[in-house]
Design a protein around this ligand. Structure first.
Ligand code: BG6
Length: 513
């Protein structure tokens, strides 16, 4: 009989969540896109789950002139527009919105931070938030340095009371290359201590990404085969159907290598490749991930064209709709050489992964939205069924990060009947079926963790540094090496054919997700 959701023991109430200490959260860039699309919906979700502390207050800060009421109604409209508020939640929203405030601040003006400080101290008194402040930098990245500096000058980098705390969440991109990331890190660490700094990578907040640790380290059956003895290679894919949308200006300077690989994809790679930590805490988990970053072989500028393939989408059809090419997008130069697709072959020089390539690819305007990690196992050492040479496929484990979140294991099975025929079949775990719950947005988990002082799912400064030191020589190679070029691919296809050729050269091919 099919198991029913009602009979599912995993649906038993499991409320073990901690509620954070009261604090005031200050969002810089409050009138921007991220605040309305991600941050306020995520914090409202915490309110919905009863996880916000009493007195919790949000102060939106930005250059745009607004008062509290217009900020509240701007956020309300956005919540409705993005379907994050149901008709039955108007009372909950009203209560939540009462704790939303807005202060106009020009980030380049230190005096305005003194006014901000006085205002925040007054709110702290009024709301009994214990002198604790959480700053969130959701502004364009060129404002990170002045904001951090002015927070320091106004003395807002230290708690007001002995039991209070001050933390700062910094959005990506954290720098644009190794030098700029180091400079920003030094500036941030001249005002805050490392344990106050939370560099956010929203991929780490995804349930399916966190589950990688549970899958690998809370089960005994996978770890023994998670190494070069059994694994042939690993493919990590983040494919998007969207183009650059209205972010052409930003994307022109970023490209997919900076936008997706330096952060999200390398984070997925490190979680897949890391050794078991001794404890599940911020230091141990991040130490193990850091060792992976350090073991990734650096791709020298002169070999960038052998280890990477970049592409740019041309006009085509995605999901039955005609779309324009990248060079015709708003804010994009008609002669742009920015890559919207990249495939990279990473080698990890350590005992566990020697000779096991990690092929990582990400692109926009691909045929399907899918993010997954595929562990491709080796062939059986001895082929018993010699009369069926082509039917034996490699085993694989595919961790589906999104959508259709789950994990599947592919193995060969005999096709029922009197002859010996076989076919690959899969065992499949789906979050929807097993847990019957809607997976929370990554930001919800990450903001809660920061309020609780848990940095396990945030990127540490030294790892961000190593990640840039891996990416920067590739960028240099692309610029200086004439053999390296940007290949075209029609929108709605799986990237340039040169990307397939890179794997074919190794006797492998990309999975069709
Ligand atoms: C962001 C990138 O960090 O991640 C975007 O800047 C990308 O370009 C997005 O679209 C993808 O995130 P997700 O959660 O939709 O996979």
């Amino acid at each position: 009989m099919e198991p029913t959701l009602e009979a599912n023991p995993l649906l038993e109430p499991t409320r073990t969540e901690r509620i954070p200490d009261p604090c005031v959260m200050v969002i810089f860039g409050a009138s921007g896109d991220l605040t309305k699309r991600k941050l306020i919906p995520a914090i409202f979700d915490l309110a919905r789950q009863g996880l916000l502390p009493s007195g919790f207050t949000i102060v939106g800060a930005g250059r745009t002139r607004m008062d509290d009421d217009s900020f509240r109604s701007y956020m309300h409209d956005a919540m409705r527009e993005f379907g994050r508020l149901t008709g039955q939640e108007s009372e909950l929203w009203q209560n939540f919105a009462r704790n939303l405030h807005y202060i106009t601040v020009d980030s380049s003006n230190p005096q305005e931070f003194e006014l901000l400080r006085n205002e925040l101290h007054a709110i702290d008194e009024r709301r009994s938030t214990g002198g604790s402040f959480l700053f969130y930098l959701a502004t364009p990245p060129d404002l990170y340095s002045p904001i951090v500096r002015h927070i320091g000058m106004a003395g807002l980098n230290r708690p007001r009371t002995p039991h209070g705390w001050v933390r700062i969440i910094i959005e990506k991109p954290f720098g644009t290359d190794l030098d700029s990331a180091r400079k920003l890190n030094a500036e941030v660490l001249s005002v805050f201590t490392e344990d106050q700094v939370y560099r956010i990578d929203h991929y780490l907040g995804k349930e399916t990404v966190q589950n990688l640790l549970v899958f690998r380290f809370a089960n005994v059956i996978f770890e023994p085969i998670w190494n070069r003895n059994y694994v042939d290679h690993i493919q990590i894919t983040a494919a998007e159907t969207v183009g650059v949308e209205n972010r052409g200006g930003y994307y022109e300077r970023a490209g997919v290598l900076r936008d997706m690989i330096q952060n999200h994809m390398l984070q997925l790679l490190s979680l897949t490749a890391m050794e078991p930590p001794v404890l599940f805490d911020a230091q141990q988990v991040r130490d193990e991930k850091h060792k992976v970053f350090q073991a990734i072989r650096s791709i020298k500028p002169e070999e960038a064209h052998r280890f990477t393939v970049r592409g740019q989408y041309k006009a085509g059809t995605v999901g039955g709709k005609s779309v324009v090419g990248y060079r015709n997008e708003k804010g994009v130069s008609p002669t742009s050489e920015t890559e919207t697709y990249v495939a990279v072959k990473f080698i990890i020089d350590n005992w566990r992964w020697a000779d096991v390539p990690f092929y990582v690819r990400s692109g926009k305007r691909l045929p399907k939205r899918v993010t997954e990690i595929a562990i491709q196992f080796k062939k059986t050492p001895h082929h018993l069924f010699t009369s069926l040479p082509d039917m034996l496929e490699h085993n694989n484990i595919v961790i589906r990060i999104q959508p259709d979140e789950g994990i599947s294991l592919k193995f060969s099975s005999k096709v029922p009947g009197s002859s010996m025929r076989m076919r690959p079949v899969t065992m499949d775990f789906r979050y929807g079926t097993s847990f019957g719950v809607h997976l929370a947005d990554a930001y919800t988990r990450l903001i809660l963790d920061c309020m609780l002082g848990d940095a396990t799912l945030y990127a540490r400064g030294d790892s961000v540094d190593v990640a840039w030191s891996l990416i920067t020589p590739i960028l240099e190679g692309w610029k200086s090496n004439r053999e390296s070029r940007v290949y075209d691919y029609p929108s709605g296809t799986w990237g340039p054919k040169e990307s397939d050729a890179m794997l074919q050269g190794d006797g492998r091919r990309w999975r069709l997700p």
